[in-house]
Design a protein around this ligand. Sequence first.
Ligand SMILES: Nc1ncnc2c1ncn2[C@@H]1O[C@H](COP(=O)(O)OP(=O)(O)O)[C@@H](O)[C@H]1O
Ligand SMILES: [Mg+2]
Length: 276
Amino acid sequence: MLTTDKLTIRFGGHVAVNSVSCAFAPGTLTAIVGPNGAGKTTYFNLISGQLKASEGRVHLGGRELTHLAPSARTHAGLGRAFQLTNLFPHLSVRENMRLAVQATLPGPHRRGLNLWSIWSDHREISERADAVLRQVALHERAEHAVASLPHGDQRKLEVGLLMALQPQVYMFDEPTAGMSHDEAPVILDLIRELKKDKSKIILLVEHKMDVVRELADRIIVLTNGTLVADGSPEEVIASPVVQQAYLGMAPKDAGGSTAISPDHGLAPTGAEGEQP
Ligand SMILES: Nc1ncnc2c1ncn2[C@@H]1O[C@H](COP(=O)(O)OP(=O)(O)O)[C@@H](O)[C@H]1O
Ligand SMILES: [Mg+2]
């Protein structure tokens, strides 16, 4: 179980995440929705440790993570998608993936340094790296430098690197933002596949409501940093707070996904970062 207990952060006078208490169970995919600037990404950053909470606590499996650095939280099983700034842009896709896989293995100091273990690690790392690259449909790009990848492939690589870590908690922050309509299904299929593993906790920030409706077991709604709705997709989509956001407007994006108008709350796909 992943829990946040009265998790809060203030930037100056602005409370970006306001006393959010929530528990996320294994085997559950929770969609986090809310207007642009509602605090969804900040909530993720507080869970993963990129930001330090002003107040409140984070626990995973009974262990308190609140005061741990991001790397220690990753080690504890929290998987936050890499940002490309964390990668080695001039190394190949395969080399970056190998580094991610390698990070999951115990170091030689714990395994005993000998040629056999180095050789078998090397083979295991290569095989696992290539398996993940096939899963994210990047196998044919394995030799390309990360810096040369088109945007959609970079997003696939971010998800692949996360999968390579085999975390207990997967946090996806708009994983298909900016992807073409050919590419987005690759990522959504991967999330669908991950969902089958009932030991995983999956958190997904996503604006496309048809995607949310299909994938989510539960939806929570953040507005102005506050948790305002929490329940099954049917309940939450029917709730006054979400209905109000939809009222009168259910614009279709190019892919036919329903997104809530930015004027009414949720922004359409790709509008992340555009503050009202
Ligand atoms: N590092 C920061 N410093 C100051 N304000 C921030 C910082 N990060 C986020 N904010 C503010 O917190 C609020 C929530 O932002 P964010 O979590 O990115 O929203 P969302 O992901 O829901 O669109 C916004 O008002 C944003 O400007
Ligand atoms: Mg965001």
